[in-house]
Design a binder for this molecule. Structure first.
Ligand SMILES: NC(=O)c1ccc[n+]([C@@H]2O[C@H](COP(=O)([O-])OP(=O)(O)OC[C@H]3O[C@@H](n4cnc5c(N)ncnc54)[C@H](OP(=O)(O)O)[C@@H]3O)[C@@H](O)[C@H]2O)c1
Length: 292
């Protein structure tokens, strides 16, 4: 097996830390980045195969500096893991514009900025893997997660499209879409809850918080096993575009696919009624002019 260089955001705890440990355990080098570099050193120790760096993904100069440092130390990046992220869990009307922008600054724009900085290296190498942490929340909606789901849906659209653009350079993009994984994700140290409260939503809010909050550190998915599976996927010649992590994720994706298919089938006639008379007409009679 060839030794690869992995560049991981949010590598100090949770899924990111377990991916770093798994990559090191397989003999790879890791650029382990975190908002506070010391937290990575505390978790992984000082070692030659780890470059621990300060990186807040919302800080563009830090992104540039981290990618430069990775190139200088390890001469390239083979696998980029865009893992840093958090959930703002609140009913939409109880969030603010600042909450929306902060959620997107980290989960979407930060991920895009890191990717933009790393891609030239991978293009020059004519190889690379980009693993973007999405979620089951990037495929289906949940009450109390409109901001988080919107951010992960954005990650999905971005990643599926980017995959089409960079495949020609030997760069593969994979969406990693976990269900509920046992990390600090639902802990007050990570998750953000709504600020304002609206009487009309009070009972609904209580019910939702009552469902989510007790799941903190009780989630079914194991981040260590997720990291091992990811390593296996990254080693394959044809990594999937989207991979669901955990049986709960598979179940929720199955349910959403079934519902989508049922809705599509129920309205096929109405959908087709929008087609112009030129659809199916021979070229020259309007058929060739049809565009999406
Ligand atoms: N756990 C789940 O159930 C689950 C399910 C689906 C998807 N995910 C996704 O998996 C990823 C990792 O989450 P996790 O479960 O490991 O949660 P976690 O234990 O809360 O870890 C989140 C990590 O992201 C980092 N982070 C947050 N904002 C950052 C920023 N602006 N710049 C750099 N790092 C930042 C945190 O750093 P600090 O320590 O500095 O806060 C921490 O290292 C996230 O993208 C999350 O959306 C998780």
């Amino acid at each position: 097996m060839t030794t690869q260089t992995w560049f991981i955001t949010g590598a100090n705890r949770g899924i990111g830390l377990e991916i770093a440990r798994a990559a090191l355990g397989s003999g790879h080098r890791v650029v382990a980045t975190a908002r506070r570099r010391q937290t990575v050193v505390d978790a992984l120790g000082e070692r030659d195969d780890v470059l621990a760096l300060d990186l807040d993904v919302t800080d563009k100069p830090q992104i540039a500096a981290a990618v430069d440092a990775a190139r200088e130390r390890f001469d390239g990046i083979d696998v980029l893991v865009n893992n840093a992220g958090y959930g703002h869990l609140a009913l939409f009307e109880e969030t603010t514009d600042a909450d929306v922008r902060a959620q997107f600054d980290t989960n979407v724009f930060g991920l895009m900025d890191v990717t933009r900085a790393v891609l030239p290296l991978m293009r020059a190498q004519r190889s690379g893997r980009v693993l973007n942490l999405s979620s089951v929340a990037g495929f289906t909606g949940f009450a109390m997660a409109s901001l988080y789901c919107a951010s992960k849906f954005a990650v999905e659209g971005f990643s599926l499209s980017l995959a089409e653009e960079v495949r020609q350079f030997g760069i593969h993009v994979t969406l990693v879409a976990p269900g509920f994984i046992r990390t600090d994700f639902l802990d007050p140290s990570s998750m953000k809850l709504g600020g304002t409260s609206i009487d009309d939503y009070a009972a609904f809010n209580d019910a939702l918080r009552g469902a989510y909050l007790p799941m903190n550190h009780q989630q079914p998915g194991d981040p260590v096993r997720l990291a091992q599976a990811l390593l296996q996927l990254a080693a394959g010649d044809a990594p999937p575009l989207r991979w669901s992590a955990g049986s709960d994720a598979v179940e929720m994706v199955d349910a959403r696919l079934g519902a989508l298919k049922a809705e599509l089938d129920a309205a096929r006639g109405l959908s087709a009624s929008v087609d112009g008379d030129w659809v199916g007409a021979p070229a020259g009679q309007g058929g060739a002019q049809r565009s999406a």
